[in-house]
Design a protein around this ligand. Structure first.
Ligand code: CMC
Length: 380
């Protein structure tokens, strides 16, 4: 094929990099669908694992398929003691996303066989990754506090078990339910940066653990998944409702980004932010008000007034932190939790990519010079 000229688009804005049937976003209308099903419907009626199955295998599971999938995941939740030993050597001040990226990559050492054309290998890798990522996040959190990792609890489902491993306390069913919905909301979102990273890595036909590790590294940045942690830091430094206006004006004057706001695709309020806000309200009415919610409402009002005409509204990362904070989760675990959920989307794209694979090898617009004479060391 001969190369055709096409305009350079920073950030690949608007450039399709694949054909995909996994999810759909309409950024003007605020619509998100997984495999054609509205996110609102899935958040209300489906569990995270059911949603992960839908994303990866293309259809909602039957009762028996879901049961088998859940049992498979339950069976693979534990991590090898050598992985735990490795994690014990991580510095306790290290960020949990770095710990997760390292641990996810380490899975490749323990499950080294690669057979990308074997459906059973694909199935096992999917199960293993979905099962072990939450265990690794919780294990690092325990270990950095000087504790042993809490073993998974076979009596608890996916979401409840993660909260249990984190706190050693069986969560209230409402907490587990809300956390499960949060996972569903974060599970997939078309070709975002981390998913693209997963696809690029997958396109070299490397193993799925390297695919997930590269996506975790990409998700960690503050312009992507790392924004949820930054939102809480921002609310902390704003401090009071009265300080919202001057704080935001100052950021805008200094051309700084307001974390948890704006999106490459959505030009209206992110549908997931709407659901998360409702969940936060449900949680507050059950467990007590959080004054940060008043700050968040005022922040949303002020930003709509100042930046609404540019299409800047709350994104998924704005309200998720408030929910997690109420669940007692430390803010540096917000992004690893995003990763626990987004693994479903990464694996769905990995599987889709393998079926039609061609290695990613884009081009560049060269801005350097030609025919420059070499200057020997003594003359430089
Ligand atoms: N605060 C203030 N101004 C903003 C913001 C914001 N959060 N987001 C965009 N803008 C302005 C930006 O200054 C620019 O204005 P102008 O045209 O006058 O120069 C315009 O909107 C377009 O911004 P951009 O940076 O070109 O937009 P982008 O599509 O490249 O970036 C974004 C999208 C999400 C990286 C950006 O909105 C942002 O940095 N938001 C804050 C970080 C954040 O919340 N990230 C989470 C994104 S959603 C979940 C996820 O992906 O993980």
């Amino acid at each position: 094929m001969t190369a055709t000229f096409c305009e350079y688009k920073p950030g690949l804005e608007g450039i399709p990099v694949t054909k995909s049937s996994i999810s759909f976003v309409d950024g003007q209308k605020g619509i998100l669908e997984y495999r054609g099903i509205a996110i609102e419907e899935l958040a209300k009626r489906s569990s995270f694992l059911e949603t992960a199955y839908l994303l990866i295998w293309g259809e909602l599971p039957s009762q028996q398929q879901l049961q088998e999938f859940q049992i498979d995941i339950l069976f693979h939740r534990r991590i090898k003691y050598r992985i735990r030993d490795m994690m014990k050597c991580f510095p306790e001040s290290g960020h949990p996303m770095d710990a997760l990226q390292t641990s996810a990559a380490a899975l490749g050492l323990f499950y080294a066989r690669r057979a990308l054309d074997d459906p059973e290998y694909i199935r096992k890798a999917v199960v293993r990754i979905l099962a072990k990522i939450p265990t690794m996040v919780a294990a690092f959190h325990q270990m950095r506090r000087g504790n042993d990792a809490v073993q998974p609890n076979d009596e608890l489902d996916y979401a409840a078990n993660f909260l249990y491993m984190l706190t050693e306390r069986v969560p209230h069913p409402l907490e587990a339910k809300i956390f499960d919905i949060c996972l569903t909301l974060h599970a997939e979102h078309t070709i975002n940066a981390s998913t693209f990273s997963a696809m690029v890595t997958a396109s070299t036909l490397t193993d799925p653990y390297a695919v997930v590790a590269s996506a975790v590294g990409t998700l960690a940045g503050p312009l992507h998944g790392g924004a949820n942690e930054e939102v809480l830091l921002m609310l902390e430094s704003i401090g009071s409702v009265g300080n919202v206006e001057p704080y935001i004006s100052n950021l805008i004057i200094n051309k700084q980004k307001i974390m948890g706001f704006g999106h490459r695709v959505y030009k209206v309020k992110d549908p997931r932010a709407k659901i998360l806000q409702e969940l936060a309200v449900d949680l507050f009415s059950e467990t007590g008000h959080d004054r940060y919610y008043d700050l968040a409402l005022e922040l949303e009002r002020v930003i709509e007034l100042k930046l609404g005409q540019k299409g800047i509204y709350p994104n998924i990362d704005f309200y998720s932190g408030l929910v997690y904070r109420k669940l007692g989760i430390p803010s540096d675990l917000f992004t690893p939790i995003f990763a626990i959920a987004r693994v479903a989307g990464w694996l769905a794209h990995w599987k889709e990519q393998l079926a039609v694979n061609r290695i990613f090898r884009p081009t560049q617009v060269y801005t350097g010079q030609h025919d420059i004479a070499y200057i020997s060391m003594s003359e430089r």
